[in-house]
Design a protein around this ligand. Structure first.
Ligand SMILES: Nc1nc2c(c(=O)[nH]1)N[C@H]1C(S)=C(S)[C@@H](COP(=O)(O)OP(=O)(O)OC[C@H]3O[C@@H](n4cnc5c(=O)[nH]c(N)nc54)[C@H](O)[C@@H]3O)O[C@H]1N2
Ligand SMILES: Nc1nc2c(c(=O)[nH]1)N[C@H]1C(S)=C(S)[C@@H](COP(=O)(O)OP(=O)(O)OC[C@H]3O[C@@H](n4cnc5c(=O)[nH]c(N)nc54)[C@H](O)[C@@H]3O)O[C@H]1N2
Ligand SMILES: [Mo]
Length: 738
């Protein structure tokens, strides 16, 4: 949270909020980013679409400015035409992505409320962040929401844990952020407390910097954690270091898994020697780690990134399985958890209140696809896709509406998306800036930013309710998403249904009264609206009723059943086995990913590309600001490389390189980091997609967007999540002449 200072209508400074003990610098992007010349000034229509409804130049065409009424009329006509001629499932309004943290001016909520009123649309299920986790974990142990909000806190870890094994580390850069907003950044403090209390941290990651100052770094190959974990399981089993009684009383299916680990069901013992070949960690290190884990009160964490990969369900299932074998689940400081370095609220013990959201109504079509299957859907209408035990048939999309989110940031294999994106007849976008999403649209509405309207910030995992006050007038001709959809609703004769005769302030007051009711149900009293807006903030009292994660289940497994089919931890899941998916069998399994170092694809492309979250921005947002641009090399995103991997390719630090594979190529500037596992390179996400239209090589991307290289396949038939981290590439010095 920030306070934004404005002088004479111009942002002059952004200062951290007083309640933040460790503010992030990310907000600096607002200083020059909000009132930037990349703002969209007025509604705009793509020239060739306007002339002839042409689609093939989408993404490379000019725009014509038009008055608001004309643009709204056109958009409403298009929505109506498509709905009448092709049915509402032909409208895709999934609009995945981040937008404003405000409760009311949440772009997707406004879009969904509007589109549901006019008959609905095709929507998207799950998130790019954690799709595989969201689908597998309810079968195995708990819902994703329960995990996120109830798993052990840093205080509990400091008090109880002896050894913290962090697959994917705990990168503090990511904890600057939390969806729904974050006021108090306390992850660093949490780690510090744990360390002072004597907790030992082991970073298992291809990147040493994923856990600064960890006591130990085990550099595994990306995408091979499951092999490493299986070898730990093998050691626990053959050295009899596991808790067989916990497995009997609190779990189902260990016997089946055991046959697999010992190699009785597939003739491959998952021994440390076997795993060492795959993950490139010496076998002795694996056995020592296993013995250490059994000897101490051990907490196992896995980064969210592990499940954004081919077969990404497996590392999560295997994390739970390992923790179950150690038998410390539900004991103070023991067990497992996810994403301690993913967002700043993870590991916090703040009171959880599920604040009311702006009502979106119901989607009358009921149609939804797994979020990351968007290009498949656009390219292959009528095809079916397996998903969590059922089949979904892709609708024939004729119109896309996007408000909040940037598919040219978040999706994999952008050259493939570019082909897919030119199939629908019409694309409508609300955006504050001329981002790639705006440029790849036909009708563009300029949206306000959060600074140009009033809102309430209230998140289920933050202790503060904050007033997000308006500090700037709407820039140029921008309107809020609410106003844009109100204008469209009016054209369908649905204005009253949409706004219920409330203006922005009346909606906020209405939401506040609902918040008050929700809080009262938990014995928390909120001030009156007038008082809240005068003070601008309100802190929720801490929760003194918190019960350590799974402690009740531990004490009484039959009385306090989990929400899995058996009520226990499912090491073998009959439900998943019954789906009969070869890419997600009935227990955690090592499955060869489509690409990996030392495996498939590595002869042609010998480097593994990681595409982590950027340290100096939120995804692609404010990439145009000085705060993001200052870290570029010749205007391009920095690719980190091990100095020796660079040297053998004749690449010097600071040089521009071409990063490529069969799917595409992009330019990047090189930065050295000896704390990378050999043959691993890392290019953070977020550079704005900029294909070089002048080049003979159509796929060369100029800003360093890793998603021209990543693989667009589902994690598996179970979750169909994104597989961004499964990606091999080659890197060479860039010669503009060739
Ligand atoms: N290779 C690779 N790809 C990844 C990932 C990865 O690890 N590797 N991570 C994935 C993950 S976890 C995620 S969550 C996604 C993130 O992907 P996105 O959430 O799609 O990315 P953002 O850049 O945050 O996009 C938000 C957009 O909303 C716009 N916006 C902001 N406020 C408003 C508003 O009030 N109204 C409107 N109409 N628009 C607004 C911003 O200008 C911006 O263009 O990326 C995914 N992609
Ligand atoms: N500053 C900043 N913070 C953010 C965001 C942002 O855009 N900017 N985005 C937010 C969002 S939407 C999300 S979902 C979270 C994402 O949180 P995460 O998914 O945890 O974040 P990543 O940065 O993708 O990955 C964390 C680390 O995992 C390591 N890693 C990758 N693959 C493997 C593997 O196969 N094995 C092992 N052991 N390690 C691996 C990488 O080295 C990487 O640095 O971050 C959030 N925080
Ligand atoms: Mo995410």
């Amino acid at each position: 949270m920030y306070q934004v200072e404005v002088d004479d209508g111009v942002i002059t400074e952004v200062v951290p909020d007083v309640s933040d003990p460790n503010p992030s610098a990310l907000g600096r992007g607002l200083v020059d980013g909000v009132q930037h010349d990349k703002r969209i000034r007025q509604p705009a229509i793509r020239r060739r679409w306007l002339q002839s409804r042409e689609r093939s130049s989408r993404g490379g065409d000019e725009f014509i400015d038009v008055p608001w009424d004309e643009a709204l009329d056109l958009a409403a006509e298009e929505i109506e035409r498509v709905a009448i001629n092709h049915g509402n499932t032909s409208i895709f309004a999934g609009s995945y992505g981040w937008a404003s943290a405000g409760r009311f001016h949440h772009a997707q909520s406004q879009l969904h409320r509007f589109i549901n009123l006019v008959g609905g649309s095709t929507r998207a299920m799950n998130t790019y962040s954690t799709a595989a986790a969201q689908v597998i974990l309810p079968h195995v142990v708990a819902t994703w929401q329960q995990m996120e909000l109830e798993q052990p806190t840093w205080d509990e870890i400091a008090d109880g844990t002896g050894l913290f094994v962090a697959f994917g580390g705990v990168p503090l850069r990511n904890t600057q952020v939390a969806y729904g907003g974050i006021t108090e950044h306390r992850t660093g403090e949490g780690i510090h407390k744990a360390r002072s209390a004597g907790v030992r941290f082991v970073n298992v990651s291809p990147v040493q910097g994923d856990f600064e100052d960890a006591d130990d770094w085990i550099a595994c190959r990306p995408g091979t954690d499951v092999a490493l974990m299986l070898a730990i399981a093998y050691t626990l089993e053959v050295e009899d270091l596991l808790d067989r009684s916990f497995l009997d009383t609190h779990c189902v299916g260990y016997e089946v898994f055991r046959e697999y680990v010992l190699g009785r069901s597939d003739r491959v013992a998952k021994s440390p020697a076997w795993a060492a070949q795959i993950c490139n960690v010496p076998e002795e290190r694996i056995s020592i780690l296993a013995r250490d884990m059994a000897a101490k009160r051990t907490f196992i964490s896995a980064a969210w990134s592990l499940q954004r990969a081919h077969h990404g369900e497996q590392p999560y299932w295997m994390t739970v399985t390992l923790a179950a074998m150690l038998g410390q689940v539900g004991l103070p400081g023991g067990g497992f958890g996810f994403g301690y370095g993913a967002e700043g609220f993870i590991g916090s013990g703040w009171r959880r209140i599920h604040w009311p959201a702006h009502s979106k109504g119901r989607n009358p079509t009921g149609m939804a696809i797994p979020v990351a299957r968007i290009a498949d859907m656009l390219l292959h209408p009528g095809d079916t896709v397996a998903y969590d035990g059922r089949e979904i048939t892709y609708p024939d999309i004729r119109l896309i509406y996007w408000a909040g989110g940037n598919p040219w940031h978040h999706h994999q294999d952008l050259n493939r998306l570019a082909n897919a994106w030119r199939k629908p007849e019409t694309v409508i976008v609300n955006e504050p800036w001329w981002t790639p999403t705006a440029k790849w649209a036909d009708i563009v509405f300029p949206a306000t930013t959060q600074l140009e309207r009033r809102d309430i910030c209230a998140s289920s995992h933050d202790p503060w309710l904050m007033l997000m006050d308006k500090v700037l007038d709407p820039q140029h001709e921008a309107r809020s998403d609410f106003e844009i959809f109100r204008g469209l609703s009016e054209r369908f004769g649905l204005r009253e249904a949409f706004d219920e005769n409330r203006d922005e302030d009346q909606w906020l007051e209405h939401m506040w009264s609902r918040c008050k009711q929700t809080a009262a149900q938990q014995g928390v009293e909120l001030p009156e609206w007038g008082e809240f807006t005068a003070v601008g903030r309100h802190r929720i009292p801490d929760d003194d009723m918190r019960k350590p994660w799974m402690s009740e289940f531990r004490a009484d497994p039959d009385g306090k059943r989990l929400r899995t089919p058996s009520g226990k931890i499912e090491i073998y899941s009959e439900t998943i086995a019954s789906f009969d998916y070869s890419d997600c069998p009935g227990h955690a399994t090592w499955l060869e990913p489509a690409e990996r170092l030392g495996g498939q694809g590595s002869e042609r492309c010998p480097l593994h590309l990681l595409s982590p979250q950027p340290s100096n921005r939120l995804h692609s947002q404010f990439d145009h600001s000085e705060h993001s641009q200052k870290d570029k090399i010749d205007g391009k995103e920095a690719l980190t490389m091990h100095p020796q991997d660079a040297e053998v390719r004749g690449i010097a630090e600071g040089e521009i390189v071409r990063v490529f594979n069969d799917r595409g190529a992009c330019l990047a500037g090189v930065r050295f980091d000896a704390g990378l596992a050999r043959s691993v390179v890392s290019l953070p996400t977020g550079a704005w997609f900029k294909p070089d239209v002048s080049s003979n090589e159509p796929s060369l991307e100029l800003n360093g967007n890793p998603n021209v290289l990543t693989l667009d396949i589902g994690t598996s038939s179970l979750a169909q999540g994104p597989s961004a981290n499964t990606c091999l590439v080659e890197v060479e010095p860039y010669d503009p002449q060739t």
